[in-house]
Design a protein around this ligand. Structure first.
Ligand SMILES: CC(C)(COP(=O)(O)OP(=O)(O)OC[C@H]1O[C@@H](n2cnc3c(N)ncnc32)[C@H](O)[C@@H]1OP(=O)(O)O)[C@@H](O)C(=O)NCCC(=O)NCCS
Length: 208
């Protein structure tokens, strides 16, 4: 029997995560949790069970995937969840290529969607999203709650801190470090280190 799974967030990313869950075939999607939608709203055939309180109605721990892209919102939400009530499975789309699986560590609740390629000696902490067609080179570290959007290229020996947002199509050059809770704009080319809690955009990326 398939394990049941709840998806937190029934917006655009939630729908994409649902399609990933269906592609994996390993879990039965039991429902969405969404604090902004009315209970019993149906999204792509799956019911919204309610808000965060729904987790209290389960007598045994339940699988939960967080479909929220914003790193700060993700980190706040996870801190509000009683860890004894949930499991955070790792979800990896079947099309993802991890060239050297033994040297790639992936923390709980992290999600890698279709078409991504990861090479070797990579450390991904917990609740990280690596979205469609992103490449991750050798000796890269990605901190907890970071979200790397679609079509990003992360070169070798890059260190991305906790809670970093990397916008779609960004390129991160070799040996760059990006500080905690920084944001990299869509399409940026990051050539130098980025301080914590800083937003950079453009080519080459500059602070805004
Ligand atoms: C960089 C980003 C996080 C900034 O968001 P923000 O803090 O709300 O900043 P603002 O939208 O107020 O923009 C600040 C300035 O940067 C500029 N800017 C924003 N994003 C930019 C980008 N990607 N490239 C170039 N300039 C950009 C704005 O035009 C604005 O300039 P101005 O002050 O001269 O008017 C956001 O624009 C972004 O690129 N997010 C990534 C989105 C993404 O990848 N989505 C994909 C989902 S799959």
């Amino acid at each position: 029997m398939k394990e049941q799974l709840l998806i937190y967030g029934a917006g655009g990313l939630g729908k994409e995560i649902l399609s990933l869950v269906r592609a994996l075939g390993q879990f039965e999607p039991l429902g969405f949790i969404d604090d902004g939608l009315r209970k019993d709203t149906v999204v792509k055939g799956i019911r919204v069970l309610g808000g965060l309180d729904v987790l209290n109605s389960f007598t045994t721990p339940v699988n939960l995937v967080i479909a929220i892209g914003d790193p700060s919102a993700k980190s706040i939400l996870v801190k509000m969840i009683d860890p004894s009530r949930v499991y955070f499975p790792v979800l990896i789309h079947p099309s993802v290529i991890i060239q050297d699986e033994e040297s790639v560590a992936i923390g709980e609740g992290s999600i890698i969607t279709a078409g991504c390629i990861l090479t070797t000696d990579i450390r991904i902490e917990s609740h990280v999203l690596i979205n469609l067609n992103t490449t991750v080179g050798h000796d890269v570290a990605l901190g907890s709650f970071s979200s790397v959007m679609t079509g990003v290229n992360i070169a070798g020996t890059v260190k991305i801190g906790d809670g970093v947002l990397v916008g779609s199509g960004a390129n991160i050059l070799n040996d760059v470090t990006i500080g905690n809770f920084s944001k990299v704009g869509m399409g940026a080319v990051v050539t130098k280190d980025v301080e914590a809690e800083t937003t950079v955009v453009g080519i080459p990326a500059r602070k805004v």
